[in-house]
Ligand binder design. Structure first.
Ligand SMILES: [Mg+2]
Length: 367
């Protein structure tokens, strides 16, 4: 089988009301996504998305005429571009969609077939007043979620801790609460200093007392010693690795026993194939794999297949923070992916990634 064409469809949907992402100083009034469509001479078509694919046009010719089924070669090819251009992992997602369709199996089955559903946690994205954050968590709980994740900004620490306290008070000891400090990567242009270790330790102690499941990225990139200090001195679980750029970097984090939970996003960090390797290495060390999945619905789907396939968990990140971030906004060009009443997200049973595109929406929102 040969790849005959790779099409990029750039989409933009307006956000009204806007979405105030905690990690981004600029409110988002629109959401863009790029749909990757891979066509083959066998007539099988694969779809992927999750990153912008900016600049990919210069590298498209490297893939035309190659075999989509030779997936390891394709992964290596994408890795060679990672240095010169962007990270084109949505292309790998589209290739797995093809492989699944050829095999007549869901991608999750090809990745180990460990689970058919995962407990979703409502991954909140906005900074809110503590009482409002607790109310949003209660609403998510009423909808089925058994856990959530709360963002804490480095310049609004006490408000963030208070949000966790109010949520704990409102929902009791059994509701899962994770906290994300987003300190292992930066928005472009963010040159402010990171928090010092002693301050992070003080925050971690308070959060640990509030029974959080884990603290995500409390310190900057590769402060392995700092993270290990917090883990051993405070005793709280630490997660990270969502945007790490390469497999050797993740292998170093693993061999240094840096985290309790490894989170490489399969369409943003190291791809699907490599994320499986990370998950397996983490499992060998008795550590967890719970990938980042804050992209669009097709990116969420790719992460779901890998996570369910390799037996990741116990939770799956489910980007959800209405009214700014709803399932309809996140999944605006496909049939929305929702949780069931018990808070589980199910892996689609259809071959490949099981994406059901909304062709009308694609027509309407193509730039
Ligand atoms: Mg995160």
């Amino acid at each position: 089988m040969k790849i005959t064409d790779i099409k990029l469809t750039r989409l933009r949907v307006p956000l009204d009301p806007p979405f105030f992402a905690a990690w981004d100083p600029n409110p988002r009034t629109e959401f863009t996504a790029t749909l990757v469509t891979v066509e083959t001479d066998a007539g099988v078509v694969g779809y992927g998305s999750g990153d912008t694919m900016d600049g990919f046009e210069a590298y498209r010719h490297l893939f035309i005429g190659t075999d989509p089924m030779q997936i390891l070669d394709q992964v290596k090819r994408i890795e060679t571009i990672n240095f010169h251009g962007g990270r084109y992992w949505p292309l790998e997602a589209a290739l797995w969609d093809i492989i699944g369709k050829v095999a007549n199996l869901p991608v999750a089955t090809l990745f180990g077939g460990s689970k058919t559903k995962l407990a979703a946690y409502a991954s909140f994205g906005e900074l809110r007043k503590p009482k409002d954050r607790a109310k949003a968590a209660e609403a998510a709980h009423a909808r089925g979620f058994q856990a959530c994740k709360i963002r804490i900004s480095r310049d609004r620490l006490s408000e963030g801790i208070e949000s966790v306290r109010e949520t704990r008070k409102a929902l009791g000891p059994d509701f899962g609460i994770a906290v994300d400090m987003n300190q292992m990567w930066r928005m472009s242009g963010d040159i402010d200093n990171a928090l010092p270790l002693n301050k992070v330790r003080a925050v971690a102690e308070q959060l640990h007392e509030l029974g959080v499941m884990w603290i995500e990225e409390p310190l900057p990139q590769f402060d392995i010693e700092g993270i290990k200090t917090i883990r051993s001195e405070v005793g709280v679980a630490i997660s990270g690795g969502e945007m790490v750029r390469s497999m050797p970097e993740l292998a170093d984090l693993l061999s240094a026993n840096t985290f309790d939970i490894y989170q490489p996003d399969v369409v943003l960090a190291v791809g699907l194939y490599r994320a499986r390797q990370v998950a397996e290495m983490a499992a060998l060390k008795h550590r967890l794999f719970t990938p980042h999945s804050w992209t669009n619905g097709l990116g969420v789907l790719a992460n779901l297949h890998v996570s369910a396939g390799v037996g990741g968990g116990p939770y799956f990140e489910f980007p959800y923070d209405p009214p700014g971030w709803t399932i309809e906004r996140r999944d605006f060009f496909l049939k929305p992916i929702d949780i069931d009443s018990a808070g589980f997200v199910h892996v689609p049973k259809a071959p490949g990634l099981g994406v059901e595109l909304d062709l009308d929406a694609i027509k309407r929102f193509t730039i």
